[in-house]
Design a binder for this molecule. Structure first.
Ligand code: 13P
Length: 337
């Protein structure tokens, strides 16, 4: 058992406290720059810093956001007036999280598939991040649905890496967010997404057990069970909610501290509606809190309004707060009522 067990349990519970969820703002410089360039924002360290300051200084954000996931560059940055972001977060009651994976790389022997790297030196990096104030971490694995894929090789390689990462996190005092994302890209049906999410979660929990990960000291960050973006039959909100919860109930041990979904390229409205229906209709059946850990579905309107212009900061913060508030309501099944 980790020497941090008690602290890890308390942190995990705080991350999924009622009415709250997690804000993912851990885009790598490459991903952040791509999103900036689409909107004509300069892809510079200064603009990335300004944007992250906008997010973290949003008034009352801690009402609906329990923790935020930062990127390596961001955790060392400060506001323009010199206050470290980690201090801003602590004062706002927002737990500091950090992405620790090194990204999804081509999986040799498996065309079109990826494996997430970053285990080398991870123990030392975790110790460093803990000292900087981080209390939880994230590692994202991606599973692509396509012609003849995913392969067993890809699912097992990613599940194993996720479990190795989670065990190292718990040893070093960080709550692991275990994120196996089954991508929404493609023309697959919702039934095929169910089947592959089921297989993926099964493999992930087998590896977590094998690597002695404590379920009550981790958060699962899954994708929802949903038809591919190019599938001719798109899923209804009720279908997504019902099939996602069924898949989770079949695979996720009751002792897991919480489930916090990624938005994965769904529209803002769908991300919120799906989460709301899951809680409203099936919340009573779930042994774990079911909430959000969204990036795009919380940030997008704020980023589009800001466009790199600091005159737009205040209004952008209001848009961000609004998205956080709606998702906070959805985590209680109280959105739109
Ligand atoms: P999205 O909500 O934009 O999918 O991002 C969540 C995340 O953290 C992806 O790793």
């Amino acid at each position: 058992m980790s020497t941090y067990a008690k602290e890890l349990r308390a942190t995990a519970q705080a991350m999924v406290a009622p009415g709250k969820g997690i804000l993912a703002m851990d885009e790598s410089n490459g991903t952040c720059n791509k999103r900036f360039e689409k909107l004509g924002i300069q892809p510079t360290e200064d603009r990335r810093r300004a944007y992250r300051e906008l997010i973290l200084t949003t008034p009352n954000l801690g009402e609906f956001i329990s923790g935020a996931i930062l990127y390596d560059e961001t955790i060392g940055q400060s506001t323009l007036s010199g206050k470290p972001f980690t201090q801003v977060m602590q004062e706002a009651g927002i737990i500091v999280g950090i992405k620790v994976d090194a990204g999804a790389k081509d999986l040799s022997g498996c065309a079109g598939e990826k494996v997430t790297e970053g285990l080398d030196g991870l123990r030392e990096r975790i110790a460093e991040y803990y000292k900087m104030g981080a209390r939880f971490a994230k590692w994202r694995a991606v599973i692509t649905i396509g012609n003849g894929i995913p392969s067993r090789t890809c699912i097992e390689a990613n599940a194993h890496a996720l479990a190795r990462y989670a065990a190292l996190c718990q040893e070093g005092g960080l709550v692991p967010i275990v994120e196996p994302e089954v991508l929404i890209d493609g023309d697959h049906t919702i039934e095929r997404c169910y089947e592959l999410t089921d297989q993926t979660l099964q493999a992930v929990f087998t590896q977590l057990r094998l690597n002695k990960v404590a379920f009550d000291q981790m958060i699962l960050k899954p994708s929802m069970v949903i038809a591919g973006l190019n599938c001719s039959t798109q899923s209804t909100v009720d279908q997504v909610a019902q099939m996602t919860i069924q898949c989770l109930l079949n695979n996720v041990p009751a002792t897991v501290a919480g489930v916090a979904f990624l938005s994965g390229g769904q529209t803002n409205e769908n991300s919120t509606a799906h989460l709301n229906t899951m809680n409203l209709k099936y919340g009573a059946k779930c042994p774990w809190p079911v909430t959000f850990s969204y990036a795009r579905a919380i940030q997008q309107p704020a980023l589009e309004h800001w466009r790199g212009n600091d005159d737009n900061t205040k209004a952008a913060q209001q848009l961000l707060f609004h998205r956080a508030k709606l998702n906070g309501a959805a985590s209680l099944g109280k959105y739109n009522v």
